[in-house]
Design a protein. Sequence first.
Length: 291
Amino acid sequence: SVSRASPNLTFVPACLPPDPVEVEELQHFVSNSKRLFVMTGAGVSTESGIPDYRSEGVGLYARTDRRPVQHAEFVRSASARQRYWARNFVGWPQFSSHQPNKAHLVLRDWEKLGKLHWLVTQNVDALHSKAGSQRMTELHGCTHRVFCLACGDLILRSELQEHFEALNPTWKAEAFGVAPDGDVFLTDEQVRNFQVPACRKCGGILKPDVTFFGDTVSQEKVSFVHQRLAESDSMLVAGSSMQVYSGYRFALAAREKKLPIAVLNIGPTRLDHFASLKLNSRCGELLPLIV
């Protein structure tokens, strides 16, 4: 199901409505593209009610001193895993219920029309999948999957939620705020008695199928995305400041190939000095205007 309701602007930075000139410029850019390579970031999902990290005034970093879990800490520390999973357990019902917005639907439609050659998302929220996109790579993985660090067994996050409930029948905690990856804020006291299941096949450590901060995207996935970019004739970046190198490298590759690059993002990005086109609008407001 896809939400047809008005966009949730709680976590969207203030911006002016799309300028007709900008609409025309992006229309021209898209019309001239035959095999468009699109990269999306958190700014595509903010209108679905999911906060991002860096937006001025409304991003997680602007509102709190919280920082996402680091890969090394998660792997090394049982208490870090307990804290992560307790918070994730509380946040999951709300996080997993978010629905695609107009930007996700437009990009799905462009794929169906043969305009969009490949979509790479830096988001881990599954909203592009929910919208129906298929020619897609989830660069940083997806929170809707969980795998074992020891044997690699993969299970659905919804299935793990049932294991959590069975192990913690009387455990309850009230969340204070929500973060971009479905995390919520709990005190150390709240998480102390939370029980975390091990892999049912081998007893190993369970981890979301996402690239945590401090970890790297697999070389196999990076090579695959570079191949899709090599087949493309232009690049559109939507809803990303491209501060994370794992995504930025593809913009650098596009520049090297002399592909035209359009950027649609509220606020500055790392691409602004070499992009062919920079647009400062909401993705869910501007993209539906493009035919």
